[in-house]
Design a protein around this ligand. Structure first.
Ligand code: ADP
Ligand code: ZN
Length: 209
């Protein structure tokens, strides 16, 4: 968000399902801040080291160096108080502490840009993103493409069997689904078989190219 001027802080939230471009949008905004010669710090939770230990990585392999923290409190302890822009990826893994931390940083004059899932594998609001939406000056909701029907997708469909709220994973464990195709929780066995067959077909057509 470029339109707030003056030296007040604020909170921007980028939210939506997996594969909707949250990380890409976060990186785009942080790059623009760097071009504007702002002092930037970027954080991601240590829970998420799927693609890289010390970078934010999008599903299309756009990357940016980041600091890895255990939880939101560690963001405060690692904060260089000269920092003007703070980026946080995978807010959904940071825990409820991020609500207070983001507020404190914004109150102290920093531009805080947070990206994360707004709903979980059951389609329920996923703390702390919903609370951050209420506190934010700016909200961007990104949508993915439903892999079953091609419509805009607002849900993250889990494809592995688990009742745990957090199961870290990417392609193969989750996919984007629209409201109509989404099945809260884990889809039925025949659907999982359909996904398996479709992947096998995609792999074969990839080999033929
Ligand atoms: P998020 O952070 O929301 O998970 P990313 O920024 O990591 O999203 O990745 C977005 C990229 O994922 C897109 O630019 C596109 O290349 C790729 N992608 C893969 N599957 C999908 C999908 N079902 N819908 C939209 N983009 C997808
Ligand atoms: Zn659909």
């Amino acid at each position: 968000m470029d339109f707030i001027s003056g030296n007040i802080g604020w909170i921007e939230v980028i939210c939506g399902p997996m594969f909707s471009g949250k990380s890409e949008e976060l990186i785009r905004r942080l790059r623009r801040a760097m071009i504007a010669r702002k002092r930037v710090q970027v954080f991601k939770p240590s829970l998420d080291t799927r693609f890289s230990e010390d970078e934010i990585v999008s599903h299309a392999d756009v990357r940016m160096k980041s600091e890895v923290v255990l939880d939101a409190a560690e963001i405060l302890s690692r904060m260089d108080w000269r920092t003007e822009v703070v980026g946080v990826d995978e807010a959904n893994f940071m825990g409820p502490g991020l609500i207070e931390v983001a507020g404190r940083l914004a109150d102290s004059g920093k531009q805080v840009i947070v990206a994360g899932l707004d709903t979980d594998y059951m389609g329920r609001p996923f703390t702390p993103v919903p609370e951050l939406l209420a506190l934010a000056e700016s909200i961007t909701k990104t949508l993915a493409i439903c892999v079953r029907c091609g419509n805009p997708a607002k849900h993250t469909q889990r494809l592995v069997n688990s009742d745990d709220l957090i199961v870290v994973g990417a392609a193969g464990m989750y996919e984007a689904r629209c409201r109509r195709c989404f099945e809260p929780g884990v889809p039925k066995q025949e659907v999982l078989e359909f996904v398996r067959l479709r992947r096998a077909a995609e792999a074969v057509s990839g080999l033929e190219k």
